[in-house]
Every structure is written in structure tokens, then in C-alpha cells.
Design a protein around this ligand. Structure first.
Ligand code: ATP
Ligand code: MG
Length: 414
């Protein structure tokens, strides 16, 4: 209960604040609303919802739009709005409704550091390993306080505390990423010489482990990838590492991008340990030239070509483990005409989409708007997540129960 003493005209009768929580409502009486400040109210909310990291709350205006309150000023505006509606209700002979507020949980559960990023490493229970890349290892994990499953990428980095701080502040933009096509970022923290990056867990994993994906499924996946990239580009962020292993799917049919290079320092620190060039990089990047959005577009093209064919489109490039290769081996991407999807097996619009994305000249590749307007994307932009969901579920099922071993029977000729 919030009890504050001093009385003003507005405070004559005090007010009741109803905190709406997922587990039910909690009413608090406030004797002197004019003395109430934002932090008092947050403390009251945290008492009611100890497991959430509430950083703000919302109220509804007369048309039901939610308005966020994050400061004393916004709190004052809310109280004065509420008092005027309360007076109206009284004039109309109604009993005033309590002031309803809706706590908003921040995306950073646990204890924050000065960068607003740190969570308690002890609160994470590691489960199985999901995969290993060139930079680090990804684990499925359970966050005890937040009661949610996470994917935690652990990258060993021998760097100074200064660099660690720089990486942490560069990662801050991840908190602002809010798109259904981008993996949700929860937190990042350093423990000794390792950084752990905690994100949403995707139960379908990454697309590199799926074999050939049929065009009608791939079309829906491409729509999400293009929307995810368009979102990142709108934030002035290049992905820089578009490839099938950085496209994640889940059994709900969602497709989300992960591992985009928001932290130059992190990318540089990993690159010092793991040398090699990424096989999905555009020719201009392989040759060390300047690059921009168009380089991401190339990577979309080559990734979808691989996913459609079930093999890397340059047969002379054998990717055994991971996507990093010696630079010389990738020279053919710079020198040769880009590969084209076989027309007979795929629709004309799909072949055209890939061909456009894989133009050797960056400027000839589609710009963000043209990508969204391409007929291949337009045709599959129907919001049908069911198609991807069913595909993912079927593939997961097949992986769990492998088909009985097929034996090849050789028949000798008559
Ligand atoms: P690279 O290090 O070259 O980027 P990579 O993308 O394969 O290669 P990681 O990013 O370390 O390597 O990821 C390893 C694997 O972990 C992925 O291939 C994917 O299968 C799995 N993975 C990563 N993030 C998630 C997630 N959020 N949910 C589920 N699985 C994930
Ligand atoms: Mg990755």
C-alpha cells in the first residue's frame, strides 16, 4: 500500500491505483497523489511482481490507447488526466473507477550494470549444446528468474576491460530491436574471459541443417528474411553475416535473423582468433572493397540458392565445417559469372529473384524497396506461417524418428 500524507485540492479524497498483473489485480490506495513520484510507484509494482524487471508502466487514455510512463513528468500527466476523468465521473453521479496501470517488464531480467545489460550468470542453468560456430558455442539454457528458455552464445575473448566495456555499449542497440523477424535479445555479460549473449530460443534451429527446402516454404521464409533485413537497414544496421545458419525457425512458423554485426569491436575481436573469409560474402567484400546494403542482398541470394538446391551453389567450394574459407578458395566468386538456378526446377520469379540478388555489380542488385516489391516476395507475403510451421514440425519429427535404413539392392542384369 502506498500511503503519503500531505493533502492538496486534488488529493482531497486520495485515489486508488489498480496494478494489473498477469496473476491478477492489486489495488493500492494513494492518500496524496500530488506527492507520489515515479520511483515510489515502481517500488510498489516490484513488490507485487518480484520476478519481473519492471522499468515502466502504461495507462489507457479515453480511446483505449496505451500511454507509457517512465518519469515523474509522465506520471504527473497521467495523474492529472485521471483526476479530470474522475471528476467527470463524479459530476455524472458515477463512482470513480480506480486508475488502472499496466506494468511493462524490461527486456533485461536480473541485475543491471551501468550499461543496463548485466544479468546474474548464476541464474542461468545450461542445458544441451545447440551448436558451435567459428566464434563460440551456443547452449540451450533456462533462466531461473525469468522462467524462460534461452539460447546463450558463449564466446571466449581475451580482451581488456576497456574493450569489454566498448562491446557492451555497442550491444546496447540490440535492446531497441523490436521486430518479429529479428531474434529477441535479452542480455549480454562478461564472466572472466567469456562473453555470454542471451537471446530467444528457436526450437526449429537454423536453416543450414534443413536439406532442400521446397519453393513454397522457401518463399515464406524469404519474406521474413527480407522484412528482417529491411528493419535492420532502417536502423542503419547492416547484417554483415546473412547465411542459412543465421536464419532461425520455430515450430510456430516464425523465421528470425540472428548474429548481425552490431558490435564492430566484438566482430574484430572474434576475427583475430578465427581467420578466414565467409563464403556467403559478396564479391566486393571478398575483394576487400567498400560495401553496403547491397552486400547483404548478395548474401540473401546465395543463401536462398543453397537452401533451394540443397548444396552450396559454387561446386568448387566445399564447405566442410562452418562457412569460413581461405580467401584464395573464394576467388571464383569474384572472378566467375554468378551461378543461376535451373529454370525447369524452380519458378521463373524465384530464379529472377536470385539472379537479381546475385548480380556481380552491387548497384544492379535490388534496393530494400525493390526487394519487398519483387513478385517472388509479393506472392508469398500472405502471412501464412502455417506452411513454415508444418514444414519445421515435419522435419523435426523425421529427425527424431529416422526412416528405416534403406538398403540398396543391386540386381545383376539378366
Ligand atoms: P558462425 O560462427 O560462422 O556464425 P554459426 O552461425 O553456425 O556459424 P553460431 O552462431 O555459433 O554458429 O551458432 C551455432 C548453432 O547454434 C547454429 O547453427 C544454430 O543451429 C544454433 N543456434 C544459434 N542460435 C540459436 C537460437 N537462438 N535458437 C536455437 N538455436 C540456435
Ligand atoms: Mg550464427
Amino acid at each position: 500500500m502506498l500511503h503519503l500524507r500531505s493533502v492538496s485540492i486534488m488529493d482531497a479524497e486520495g485515489i486508488v491505483i489498480r496494478i494489473k498483473t498477469p496473476l491478477g489485480d492489486m489495488d493500492s490506495s494513494v492518500d496524496s497523489p500530488s506527492l507520489l513520484n515515479f520511483s515510489d510507484l515502481l517500488v510498489a509494482i516490484r513488490d507485487v511482481m518480484p520476478e519481473a524487471t519492471v522499468t515502466a508502466f502504461e495507462y489507457e487514455d479515453e480511446v483505449g490507447d496505451r500511454i507509457t510512463v517512465r518519469s515523474d513528468e509522465e506520471l504527473k500527466a497521467m495523474l492529472s488526466y485521471y483526476c479530470s476523468t474522475m471528476n467527470e465521473q463524479r459530476v455524472n453521479g458515477q463512482l470513480p473507477e480506480p486508475l488502472q496501470i499496466f506494468p511493462r517488464a524490461g527486456k533485461t531480467p536480473g541485475i543491471r550494470n551501468i550499461h543496463g545489460l548485466k544479468i546474474n550468470a548464476q541464474d542461468i542453468q545450461y542445458q544441451e549444446q545447440l551448436g558451435q560456430g567459428n566464434g563460440g558455442t551456443v547452449y540451450k539454457a533456462y533462466h531461473l528468474l525469468g522462467k524462460r528458455v534461452l539460447a546463450v552464445k558463449v564466446i571466449p575473448l581475451d580482451i581488456t576491460v576497456e574493450l569489454q566495456k566498448q562491446i557492451m555499449s555497442e550491444l546496447e542497440i540490440l535492446y531497441k530491436c523490436d521486430s518479429p523477424y529479428i531474434i529477441t535479445f535479452f542480455s549480454a555479460f562478461f564472466v572472466e574471459n567469456r562473453i555470454s549473449i542471451c537471446t530467444e530460443f528457436m526450437d526449429g534451429g537454423s536453416l543450414d541443417v534443413y536439406k532442400r527446402i521446397p519453393e513454397h516454404v522457401l518463399g515464406r521464409i524469404a519474406v521474413s528474411v527480407v522484412k528482417g533485413l529491411t528493419y535492420l537497414w532502417s536502423l542503419k544496421v547492416l547484417h554483415r553475416d546473412v547465411k542459412p545458419s543465421n536464419m532461425l525457425v520455430n515450430t510456430r512458423g516464425q523465421v528470425k535473423l540472428c548474429d548481425f554485426g552490431v558490435s564492430t569491436q566484438l566482430v574484430n575481436s572474434i576475427a583475430k582468433t578465427y581467420v578466414g573469409t565467409n563464403a556467403y560474402m559478396a564479391p566486393e567484400r571478398i575483394s576487400g572493397e567498400q560495401y553496403g546494403i547491397h552486400a547483404d542482398v548478395w548474401s540473401v541470394g546465395i543463401s536462398f540458392m543453397e537452401l533451394a538446391l540443397g548444396m552450396f551453389p559454387y561446386p568448387q567450394i566445399q564447405k566442410n565445417q562452418g562457412s569460413l574459407m581461405p580467401l584464395q578458395l573464394l576467388q571464383c566468386i569474384v572472378d566467375e559469372d554468378p551461378p543461376v538456378l535451373p529454370v525447369g526446377q524452380f519458378s521463373k520469379m524465384f530464379v529472377h529473384f536470385i539472379t537479381q540478388c546475385m548480380k556481380r555489380q552491387p548497384k544492379e542488385r535490388p534496393a530494400p524497396n525493390n526487394l519487398m516489391d519483387h513478385t517472388f516476395i509479393v506472392q508469398y507475403n500472405d502471412g501464412n506461417a502455417e506452411v513454415v510451421s508444418m514444414w519445421v514440425c515435419r522435419c523435426l519429427e523425421e529427425r527424431r524418428t529416422p526412416l528405416p535404413q534403406c538398403r540398396t539392392v543391386h540386381h545383376d542384369g539378366p
